[in-house]
Design a protein around this ligand. Structure first.
Ligand SMILES: Nc1ncnc2c1ncn2[C@@H]1O[C@H](COP(=O)(O)OP(=O)(O)OP(=O)(O)O)[C@@H](O)[C@H]1O
Ligand SMILES: [Mg+2]
Length: 328
């Protein structure tokens, strides 16, 4: 076991009744990086993180954090990790400042040092103006930021961020991403769980895609993208009768699978963007030109980033089953 690995798991298992929530997960997370754990609702992301953070006991396999076993050396592990959960854990009735001061004192900072650290973090996270407001009056983005601030009062060697931006608007997501980058620049390893491919793309150097408690793909972002393609072009035709022709033309032009959407005038084609010198947008433009040459009128088109659905289609030939109760 090497300590330049922040996390090493071997055949890690967690069972809830008949449900194998984590079903033999092998992970290697190099120290100093952001590692993305990507998967749909119920994939087993939080369960995996909780075992690594010593909050849940594994039912099988082993998990090492900086070489220490999460069961046999739980105290050592706890001393080196910090967890920002999927749901905010700060005290609603306290202000931003009060929350950070309280936690800093609990972590053993002296009065003065606690105040300095709290002010520093509030400033870094753009919360100075909201510092004296009760957290229950914070917006979702502010809450997420104060929660992350609370988890890095002491700079941890390994920070677990469980879906740090779910439900945030684009501006707040960008702010959280900047925070994550700053934390990593300080030398902290981050294990980031997310349902968003673009988030993993923005932050993580390596990614594991997890589904039904198993890792179904692992690699660098480049490797993952190469397996998925650069995105998809969505096309709406003027005339539904021309759809079979459009399907043929797009298949030939893009050399990739074309999907017929439920809407009878719409098609979606995968754009590779890696196997040729042409970028995704150029390939899409060329395919649209082919449609025009065949006299097929396109009313609207859009070039989209690959979604998590498309990742799953590419990796498993199916879309993820989303847990109804989890998304309700
Ligand atoms: N304490 C528990 N008791 C029983 N079942 C649980 C418990 N915690 C999680 N599960 C189940 O384990 C599976 C994995 O859940 P987990 O929370 O790890 O998923 P997730 O990938 O974090 O999903 P999400 O994206 O919705 O947060 C799910 O089927 C879930 O219902
Ligand atoms: Mg979760």
């Amino acid at each position: 076991m090497s300590t330049d690995m922040a996390i090493e798991t071997n055949a890690l298992v967690k069972v809830f009744g008949a449900n194998r929530a984590v079903d033999g997960v092998d992970l290697r997370v190099p120290a100093g990086s952001v590692y993305g754990l990507l998967g749909p609702n119920g994939a087993g992301k939080t369960t995996t993180v909780k075992m690594l953070a010593t909050l849940l006991r594994p039912d099988g396999g082993e998990a090492l954090v900086f070489g220490s076993d999460v069961l046999a050396e739980a105290d050592t592990v706890r001393g080196r990790v910090s967890l920002t959960g999927q749901y905010a854990s700060v005290d609603e009735d306290l202000t931003g400042t009060e929350n950070l001061l309280l936690l800093a004192r609990l972590l053993g900072h002296g009065k003065r040092a606690a105040r300095v650290r709290a002010e520093q973090l509030l400033d870094a996270f753009g919360l100075t103006e909201a510092a004296e407001r009760q957290v229950k009056n914070y917006s979702g983005g502010m809450r997420r930021r104060i929660d992350i601030a609370a988890s890095i009062l002491n700079t941890p060697d390994l920070l677990f961020l469980d879906e740090p931006t779910t439900g945030l608007d684009p501006r707040s997501r960008n702010q959280v991403w900047d925070i994550v980058r700053a934390v990593v620049a300080e030398g902290t390893t981050v294990l980031l769980t997310t349902q968003y491919l673009d988030e993993a793309d923005q932050l993580a150097s390596r990614v594991a895609v997890i589904d039904h408690g198993r890792v179904i793909a692992e690699g660098t972002k480049g490797e993952l993208k190469a397996s998925v393609g650069a995105g998809a072009v969505h096309v709406r035709l003027r005339d539904a009768a021309r759809r079979p022709d459009a399907e043929r033309v797009l298949t030939a032009a893009l050399n990739a699978g074309v999907q017929l959407d439920p809407d009878p005038v719409a098609l979606t084609a995968r754009v590779d963007g890696h196997s040729t010198e042409l970028g995704a947008a150029d390939q899409a433009a060329r395919a649209l030109a082919e449609l025009a040459r065949e006299g097929i009128t396109v009313d609207t088109f859009a070039l989209g980033q690959p979604s998590l659905d498309e990742v799953f289609l590419a990796l498993t030939d199916r879309t993820p089953d989303t847990e109804k109760e989890a998304t309700a």
